[in-house]
Ligand binder design. Sequence first.
Ligand SMILES: [Zn+2]
Length: 313
Amino acid sequence: MVLSPRTHLPRVTPSSASSASSASSAATWLGAAVFAFFLAAPRDASAFCRTTTCRDASCPTDADGCVTSGAPLHWPTSCIGFSVDARMSRNLPEAATRTAIERAFLAWTERDCGDGRASLTFSPLADTTCGAVGYRKEGANVHVITFRDDDWSYRGVDNSLAKTTVTFDASTGEILDADIEVNTATNPVTTGDKDVRYDLQSILTHEVGHLIGLAHTPDSEATMFAAYQTGTTDFRTLAGDDVRAICAVYPPGRAAACAPTPRGGLLRSCDAPAGEEGGCAFGPPRVRSPASVVTFAVLSLLLAARRRSQGSA
Ligand SMILES: [Zn+2]
Protein backbone atom coordinates (compact mmCIF):
# COMPACT_ATOMS: atom_id res chain seq x y z
CA MET A 1 0.00 0.00 0.00
CA VAL A 2 1.28 3.41 -0.91
CA LEU A 3 0.37 6.05 1.61
CA SER A 4 1.56 9.59 1.73
CA PRO A 5 3.06 10.62 5.05
CA ARG A 6 1.35 13.96 4.59
CA THR A 7 -2.19 12.71 4.78
CA HIS A 8 -4.41 10.69 7.03
CA LEU A 9 -7.02 10.29 4.37
CA PRO A 10 -7.73 6.96 2.76
CA ARG A 11 -6.67 6.94 -0.81
CA VAL A 12 -7.71 4.86 -3.72
CA THR A 13 -4.67 2.77 -4.44
CA PRO A 14 -4.38 -0.65 -6.02
CA SER A 15 -4.24 -2.29 -2.61
CA SER A 16 -6.85 -0.21 -0.81
CA ALA A 17 -9.61 0.19 -3.34
CA SER A 18 -11.68 -2.69 -2.09
CA SER A 19 -11.96 -1.17 1.33
CA ALA A 20 -12.14 2.45 0.29
CA SER A 21 -15.86 2.83 0.74
CA SER A 22 -15.78 1.52 4.26
CA ALA A 23 -13.14 4.07 5.12
CA SER A 24 -14.89 7.02 3.57
CA SER A 25 -15.05 9.24 6.60
CA ALA A 26 -12.62 12.07 6.08
CA ALA A 27 -9.99 13.17 8.52
CA THR A 28 -8.64 16.67 8.47
CA TRP A 29 -5.66 17.16 6.28
CA LEU A 30 -3.05 19.14 8.10
CA GLY A 31 -0.26 19.51 5.60
CA ALA A 32 0.80 22.59 3.74
CA ALA A 33 0.31 22.69 0.03
CA VAL A 34 3.24 23.16 -2.26
CA PHE A 35 2.31 24.14 -5.73
CA ALA A 36 4.47 23.26 -8.64
CA PHE A 37 5.20 25.14 -11.76
CA PHE A 38 3.28 23.55 -14.51
CA LEU A 39 4.92 22.53 -17.71
CA ALA A 40 2.66 21.93 -20.66
CA ALA A 41 3.39 18.58 -22.18
CA PRO A 42 4.63 18.80 -25.73
CA ARG A 43 2.49 17.18 -28.33
CA ASP A 44 3.89 13.96 -29.69
CA ALA A 45 2.61 11.05 -31.68
CA SER A 46 -0.06 10.39 -29.05
CA ALA A 47 -3.56 11.22 -30.03
CA PHE A 48 -4.78 12.31 -26.63
CA CYS A 49 -6.14 15.81 -26.20
CA ARG A 50 -6.25 18.07 -23.19
CA THR A 51 -9.00 20.43 -22.22
CA THR A 52 -7.69 23.97 -22.27
CA THR A 53 -8.88 27.35 -21.12
CA CYS A 54 -9.85 28.10 -24.70
CA ARG A 55 -13.49 27.05 -24.79
CA ASP A 56 -14.69 28.95 -27.79
CA ALA A 57 -15.75 27.09 -30.90
CA SER A 58 -13.23 29.13 -32.86
CA CYS A 59 -10.24 27.87 -30.84
CA PRO A 60 -7.57 26.54 -33.21
CA THR A 61 -7.01 22.79 -33.33
CA ASP A 62 -4.35 20.46 -34.65
CA ALA A 63 -4.75 17.53 -37.00
CA ASP A 64 -6.09 15.37 -34.16
CA GLY A 65 -8.73 17.91 -33.29
CA CYS A 66 -6.95 18.94 -30.09
CA VAL A 67 -7.30 22.56 -29.12
CA THR A 68 -3.87 24.15 -29.40
CA SER A 69 -4.43 27.48 -27.68
CA GLY A 70 -5.08 28.36 -24.07
CA ALA A 71 -3.59 26.90 -20.92
CA PRO A 72 -4.14 23.15 -20.45
CA LEU A 73 -6.31 22.29 -17.45
CA HIS A 74 -4.63 20.50 -14.59
CA TRP A 75 -4.81 19.90 -10.87
CA PRO A 76 -1.87 21.40 -9.01
CA THR A 77 -2.01 18.71 -6.34
CA SER A 78 -1.07 15.04 -6.36
CA CYS A 79 -4.27 13.91 -4.62
CA ILE A 80 -7.84 14.73 -5.57
CA GLY A 81 -10.61 14.13 -3.08
CA PHE A 82 -14.05 13.08 -4.19
CA SER A 83 -17.39 12.54 -2.50
CA VAL A 84 -20.37 10.42 -3.40
CA ASP A 85 -23.84 11.92 -3.26
CA ALA A 86 -25.26 9.95 -0.33
CA ARG A 87 -28.67 9.80 -1.95
CA MET A 88 -27.12 7.53 -4.58
CA SER A 89 -29.41 6.35 -7.39
CA ARG A 90 -32.71 4.62 -6.78
CA ASN A 91 -32.09 2.67 -9.95
CA LEU A 92 -28.80 1.10 -8.94
CA PRO A 93 -27.60 -1.13 -6.09
CA GLU A 94 -25.58 0.97 -3.67
CA ALA A 95 -22.70 -1.40 -2.99
CA ALA A 96 -22.10 -2.05 -6.67
CA THR A 97 -22.37 1.64 -7.39
CA ARG A 98 -19.71 2.50 -4.84
CA THR A 99 -17.47 -0.21 -6.20
CA ALA A 100 -17.87 1.14 -9.72
CA ILE A 101 -16.96 4.63 -8.53
CA GLU A 102 -13.86 3.42 -6.73
CA ARG A 103 -12.70 1.34 -9.66
CA ALA A 104 -13.21 4.25 -12.05
CA PHE A 105 -10.81 6.36 -10.01
CA LEU A 106 -8.48 3.44 -9.48
CA ALA A 107 -8.08 3.04 -13.24
CA TRP A 108 -6.32 6.41 -13.35
CA THR A 109 -4.36 6.03 -10.12
CA GLU A 110 -0.57 6.01 -10.16
CA ARG A 111 -0.31 4.51 -13.61
CA ASP A 112 3.05 3.15 -14.66
CA CYS A 113 4.73 5.65 -16.96
CA GLY A 114 7.85 3.59 -17.59
CA ASP A 115 10.05 5.91 -15.57
CA GLY A 116 7.86 5.82 -12.48
CA ARG A 117 4.23 6.20 -11.59
CA ALA A 118 2.03 9.09 -12.60
CA SER A 119 1.82 11.60 -9.77
CA LEU A 120 -1.92 11.46 -9.26
CA THR A 121 -4.03 9.62 -6.72
CA PHE A 122 -7.55 10.03 -5.40
CA SER A 123 -8.98 10.17 -1.92
CA PRO A 124 -12.54 9.11 -1.09
CA LEU A 125 -13.89 11.77 1.24
CA ALA A 126 -17.08 11.72 3.28
CA ASP A 127 -20.39 11.52 1.45
CA THR A 128 -22.29 14.69 0.73
CA THR A 129 -25.97 15.43 0.32
CA CYS A 130 -25.18 18.30 -2.02
CA GLY A 131 -25.50 17.29 -5.64
CA ALA A 132 -25.15 20.82 -6.95
CA VAL A 133 -22.32 21.17 -9.44
CA GLY A 134 -19.96 24.09 -9.77
CA TYR A 135 -17.55 26.06 -7.68
CA ARG A 136 -18.24 28.24 -4.68
CA LYS A 137 -15.70 31.01 -4.52
CA GLU A 138 -16.79 31.75 -0.99
CA GLY A 139 -17.07 28.78 1.31
CA ALA A 140 -16.73 25.04 1.07
CA ASN A 141 -16.82 22.89 -2.04
CA VAL A 142 -17.26 19.28 -2.96
CA HIS A 143 -16.11 17.20 -5.92
CA VAL A 144 -19.26 15.15 -6.17
CA ILE A 145 -20.37 12.12 -8.10
CA THR A 146 -24.13 12.49 -8.29
CA PHE A 147 -26.97 10.71 -10.02
CA ARG A 148 -29.83 12.41 -11.83
CA ASP A 149 -32.70 9.95 -11.47
CA ASP A 150 -35.56 12.31 -12.08
CA ASP A 151 -34.45 14.93 -14.49
CA TRP A 152 -31.70 15.47 -16.99
CA SER A 153 -32.00 19.15 -17.48
CA TYR A 154 -29.29 19.62 -20.05
CA ARG A 155 -30.61 20.35 -23.48
CA GLY A 156 -29.22 20.03 -26.93
CA VAL A 157 -27.83 16.53 -26.54
CA ASP A 158 -30.42 13.87 -25.89
CA ASN A 159 -28.17 10.86 -25.64
CA SER A 160 -25.66 12.03 -23.09
CA LEU A 161 -24.81 9.49 -20.41
CA ALA A 162 -22.99 11.75 -18.02
CA LYS A 163 -21.46 15.16 -17.70
CA THR A 164 -18.44 16.50 -15.90
CA THR A 165 -18.31 20.15 -14.99
CA VAL A 166 -14.80 21.47 -14.47
CA THR A 167 -14.26 24.92 -13.00
CA PHE A 168 -10.84 26.40 -13.60
CA ASP A 169 -8.72 29.49 -13.40
CA ALA A 170 -8.97 30.94 -16.87
CA SER A 171 -5.49 32.38 -16.80
CA THR A 172 -3.54 29.39 -15.54
CA GLY A 173 -5.72 26.39 -16.32
CA GLU A 174 -5.58 25.32 -12.70
CA ILE A 175 -8.65 23.27 -11.86
CA LEU A 176 -10.61 24.60 -8.90
CA ASP A 177 -13.46 22.13 -8.78
CA ALA A 178 -14.94 19.27 -10.76
CA ASP A 179 -18.23 17.39 -10.49
CA ILE A 180 -19.66 14.38 -12.28
CA GLU A 181 -23.35 13.89 -13.02
CA VAL A 182 -24.67 10.57 -14.30
CA ASN A 183 -27.82 10.51 -16.36
CA THR A 184 -29.84 7.77 -14.69
CA ALA A 185 -33.07 9.55 -15.58
CA THR A 186 -33.27 8.40 -19.15
CA ASN A 187 -30.68 5.64 -19.46
CA PRO A 188 -30.64 1.98 -18.34
CA VAL A 189 -27.35 2.21 -16.48
CA THR A 190 -26.05 -1.10 -15.13
CA THR A 191 -23.33 -2.08 -12.69
CA GLY A 192 -22.70 -5.78 -13.29
CA ASP A 193 -20.58 -7.77 -15.69
CA LYS A 194 -23.59 -9.49 -17.23
CA ASP A 195 -26.53 -8.04 -19.09
CA VAL A 196 -24.59 -4.85 -19.53
CA ARG A 197 -26.50 -1.94 -20.97
CA TYR A 198 -24.83 1.36 -20.14
CA ASP A 199 -21.99 0.33 -17.89
CA LEU A 200 -21.59 2.65 -14.93
CA GLN A 201 -17.92 1.88 -14.36
CA SER A 202 -17.13 2.56 -18.02
CA ILE A 203 -19.03 5.83 -17.95
CA LEU A 204 -17.34 6.98 -14.78
CA THR A 205 -13.87 6.00 -15.89
CA HIS A 206 -14.37 8.22 -18.92
CA GLU A 207 -15.69 11.08 -16.81
CA VAL A 208 -12.77 10.86 -14.40
CA GLY A 209 -10.59 11.49 -17.42
CA HIS A 210 -12.41 14.79 -17.90
CA LEU A 211 -12.19 15.50 -14.19
CA ILE A 212 -8.39 15.41 -14.41
CA GLY A 213 -8.29 17.69 -17.43
CA LEU A 214 -8.46 15.46 -20.47
CA ALA A 215 -10.57 16.08 -23.53
CA HIS A 216 -11.84 13.56 -26.04
CA THR A 217 -9.26 11.71 -28.08
CA PRO A 218 -9.59 10.62 -31.69
CA ASP A 219 -8.15 7.22 -30.67
CA SER A 220 -11.18 4.96 -30.86
CA GLU A 221 -9.53 2.35 -28.62
CA ALA A 222 -9.13 4.79 -25.75
CA THR A 223 -11.41 5.35 -22.78
CA MET A 224 -11.37 9.04 -23.63
CA PHE A 225 -12.96 8.40 -27.01
CA ALA A 226 -16.10 10.50 -27.20
CA ALA A 227 -18.65 7.78 -27.80
CA TYR A 228 -19.65 4.78 -25.72
CA GLN A 229 -20.94 1.59 -27.32
CA THR A 230 -23.97 0.17 -25.58
CA GLY A 231 -23.38 -3.14 -23.85
CA THR A 232 -19.62 -2.86 -23.57
CA THR A 233 -17.23 -2.53 -20.65
CA ASP A 234 -14.20 -1.50 -22.71
CA PHE A 235 -13.95 1.93 -21.15
CA ARG A 236 -13.27 0.37 -17.75
CA THR A 237 -9.70 -0.31 -18.85
CA LEU A 238 -7.38 2.44 -19.99
CA ALA A 239 -5.74 2.16 -23.37
CA GLY A 240 -2.20 3.20 -24.13
CA ASP A 241 -3.39 6.59 -25.28
CA ASP A 242 -5.07 7.23 -21.93
CA VAL A 243 -1.96 6.21 -20.01
CA ARG A 244 0.24 8.44 -22.14
CA ALA A 245 -2.15 11.27 -21.40
CA ILE A 246 -2.05 10.96 -17.62
CA CYS A 247 1.71 10.44 -17.68
CA ALA A 248 2.12 13.63 -19.71
CA VAL A 249 -0.12 15.74 -17.50
CA TYR A 250 0.92 14.25 -14.15
CA PRO A 251 4.43 12.91 -14.74
CA PRO A 252 6.35 10.90 -12.14
CA GLY A 253 8.28 13.05 -9.74
CA ARG A 254 6.12 16.12 -10.20
CA ALA A 255 6.54 18.46 -7.25
CA ALA A 256 3.02 18.52 -5.90
CA ALA A 257 1.53 18.06 -2.47
CA CYS A 258 -1.26 15.69 -1.52
CA ALA A 259 -4.13 18.09 -0.78
CA PRO A 260 -7.39 16.28 -1.42
CA THR A 261 -9.73 18.54 0.52
CA PRO A 262 -11.77 20.75 -1.82
CA ARG A 263 -11.16 24.49 -1.74
CA GLY A 264 -12.69 26.11 1.28
CA GLY A 265 -13.27 22.77 2.98
CA LEU A 266 -15.56 19.85 2.29
CA LEU A 267 -19.19 20.74 1.63
CA ARG A 268 -21.31 18.07 3.28
CA SER A 269 -24.67 19.71 2.59
CA CYS A 270 -25.99 22.32 0.18
CA ASP A 271 -27.64 23.94 3.17
CA ALA A 272 -24.33 24.70 4.78
CA PRO A 273 -23.72 28.44 4.94
CA ALA A 274 -20.68 29.95 3.33
CA GLY A 275 -17.68 29.07 5.41
CA GLU A 276 -19.30 25.99 6.95
CA GLU A 277 -16.95 23.14 6.33
CA GLY A 278 -18.68 20.17 7.78
CA GLY A 279 -16.16 19.82 10.56
CA CYS A 280 -13.03 20.16 8.46
CA ALA A 281 -10.74 23.07 9.15
CA PHE A 282 -9.23 24.53 6.05
CA GLY A 283 -8.19 27.87 4.68
CA PRO A 284 -10.17 30.21 2.46
CA PRO A 285 -10.51 29.48 -1.23
CA ARG A 286 -7.46 30.48 -3.15
CA VAL A 287 -7.39 32.08 -6.54
CA ARG A 288 -4.00 32.63 -8.03
CA SER A 289 -4.75 36.11 -9.32
CA PRO A 290 -7.54 38.48 -8.33
CA ALA A 291 -7.82 39.46 -11.95
CA SER A 292 -8.20 35.93 -13.21
CA VAL A 293 -11.50 34.79 -14.49
CA VAL A 294 -13.00 31.58 -13.24
CA THR A 295 -14.93 29.68 -15.82
CA PHE A 296 -16.06 26.15 -16.44
CA ALA A 297 -16.28 23.49 -19.05
CA VAL A 298 -18.97 20.87 -19.39
CA LEU A 299 -17.95 17.68 -21.10
CA SER A 300 -20.14 14.73 -21.83
CA LEU A 301 -20.08 11.13 -22.95
CA LEU A 302 -22.33 10.23 -25.82
CA LEU A 303 -23.62 6.99 -27.17
CA ALA A 304 -21.69 5.54 -30.06
CA ALA A 305 -23.15 4.85 -33.43
CA ARG A 306 -20.68 2.05 -34.00
CA ARG A 307 -18.56 -0.35 -32.01
CA ARG A 308 -15.33 1.02 -30.71
CA SER A 309 -13.47 -2.06 -31.92
CA GLN A 310 -14.48 -1.16 -35.44
CA GLY A 311 -13.65 2.47 -35.04
CA SER A 312 -9.99 2.22 -35.92
CA ALA A 313 -10.62 0.41 -39.15
ZN1 LIG B 1 -16.52 12.77 -22.64
